[in-house]
Design a protein around this ligand. Sequence first.
Ligand SMILES: [Zn+2]
Length: 365
Amino acid sequence: MAGNLSGFYHSSVPESELLLVHMVKCPQPIPTAMPDPTLIPVYGHEWAQRLLQSAVLSGRASHAYLFVGPDQIGKTTMARAFAQALTCESPQAGAGLGACGRCRACRLAAEGGHPDHRMVEPAGGQLKIEQVRDLIQEAMLSPVEGRTKVFIIPSFERANLNAANALLKTLEEPSPTTRILLTSNESSSLLATITSRCQTMQLRPVPAETVAAALQTHWQTPEEQASLLAGLSGGRLGWAVQVATQPQLWQRHESQLQAAQDIVKQSVNDRLSLAADLVKETDVELLLRDWLMWWRDVMLAQQGCLDLVVNRNRLGEVQSLARNTRPGEVRRFIEALMTTAGYLRTNVSAQLAVEALLLKAPIAS
Ligand SMILES: [Zn+2]
């Protein structure tokens, strides 16, 4: 049934945002009702939602927050929902971060048109000092609608040193009407002077059950596909939503899994030429994630743990590969996949890193 996902794709709702190599059980009740369309929904991270709601209701929100965690687990969505709650005209206790979901400010925030909300995204892969200077100037102006202006800067690890230092001054002398929300996939790559001036919220991947429930209730994904994608997502709701709503991403995922099976029969030359193609044509980071989940499944099948396999739609292929490869080689390749993902975040050549990786792939016996 691989690739047979007809009827899978429904209305596309945009969603912004390394994998946990284990299954996560959901400790919280899962919402089953369709959420209020004027509330920016946050799925999972319940402890953070409660903490932020309490800051909103008490009127004691810090001037700067830093949301840290793996890519696509909902950091920017959390920041947007917090911005909505911070500017809500009549915040209230209950589910979510405290926004009422009914006032004019909440409506504007849900539509992405609140004049006191500013999203400052890295331009050309890097956040530059000019962008931070603009932010600082804007922060000096009074809010347009209410009492608070909120600036969201996603992927702050992409700020160059000058930009980070420029923001530091604003964080040191905060304006009482301004809140700054940063997100980052790694707090250790940020200046300590920045992180020490922010309240840091360390977010973890979202439990699979929560991802599946969110796909069904908010993106109308059929139950079976929601469950499959939730397992494959490794807790990255953003990835699951993108794949559920964009057919070409599912096709790319499928072709990457085919490449993961083909490679075990390929010669050194074939592998080197595949490396060149992958670097040219693929998002290598996404490829590594897909392959990591795939080879983890092969390892689980070799250990007889079929119930933990997440590529359930390709169980026969996982078992076949498990029979035809040596467990030691599979384990070493999984380690190499994780090491390569780390290398790619530094300045190594992607081509060399992927070539070295592919030469370590298991050989079919
Ligand atoms: Zn409101």
